[in-house]
Design a binder for this molecule. Structure first.
Ligand code: SF4
Length: 222
């Protein structure tokens, strides 16, 4: 039986990526291997963050009890949980569920791909404004499928330029879904749209982080 350090579990609206606006059951795991400048879940990454230990069966039971079909494994960085493959495998067997793994781009995903076709990745590319760009594992892009998503959170014009370079270099917009979203309070959505128009970024979507419009930007559990 696997053991997972869970700091939060709750049902809310999915704030970003392909299921944005739909209900989702979130499982937030403790700990992260990055320290992004704009992290809004830093509390969950601290050593002293309160957590409960749950097994994969207990998490599955919780998810089924909610009646929600979208499941988001998040953090922190969910793929750092030593037993995470057991949980992903269990969830993948229930074809009524749609499992999204939010990962920060700094963990090798080769051990977690092809577990099930109801499992997808939403992977960050950490831009210079995050302070974490050096940690990106670019080989991950060879493993992503067209059902997966790469997400860029931009803080400033330099980040926009770098996002475009990365999208073009790895042909991400031809392979999968690409989202750009604003680091809240750092750059306007208007500026991002202007940049997209000027650079003819046809296959890229602007992502509004819905939950930050509904609730206070730093509210937990939503
Ligand atoms: S990867 Fe995510 S959880 Fe980790 S520090 Fe960056 S923003 Fe925070």
């Amino acid at each position: 039986m696997g053991r997972f350090k869970v700091v939060e579990k709750f049902v809310s609206i999915n704030g970003e990526a392909r299921c944005a606006g739909e209900l989702a059951c979130f499982i937030r795991f403790a700990g992260c291997n990055l320290n992004c400048s704009y992290c809004d879940t830093r509390w969950a990454n601290e050593e002293k963050a309160p957590f409960v230990i749950l097994s994969e069966e207990e998490l599955y039971e919780y998810i089924k009890d909610t009646g929600v079909k979208n499941v988001t494994l998040t953090g922190g960085e969910p793929l750092l949980q030593p037993d995470i493959k057991r949980l992903i495998t269990l969830l993948s067997k229930d074809k009524t569920l749609r499992v999204e793994i939010e990962t920060n781009g700094a963990v090798d995903i080769s051990d977690f791909v092809n577990i099930g076709d109801n499992v997808t990745f939403t992977m960050d590319y950490k831009l210079p404004g995050s302070g974490m760009e050096k940690a990106m594992i670019l080989d991950n892009y060879k493993l992503l499928k067209d059902s997966d998503t790469v997400k860029f959170v931009v803080s400033d014009p330099e980040d926009l330029k770098k996002a475009r370079e990365v999208i073009e270099r790895y042909k991400l917009d031809e392979k999968l879904q690409v989202y750009i979203s604003a680091c809240f309070g750092k750059i306007s959505n208007e500026e991002i749209v202007k940049y997209m128009i000027e650079n003819k970024m046809n296959s890229v979507r602007l992502q509004l982080q819905i939950h930050k419009y509904i609730w206070s930007p730093d509210k937990k559990g939503v």
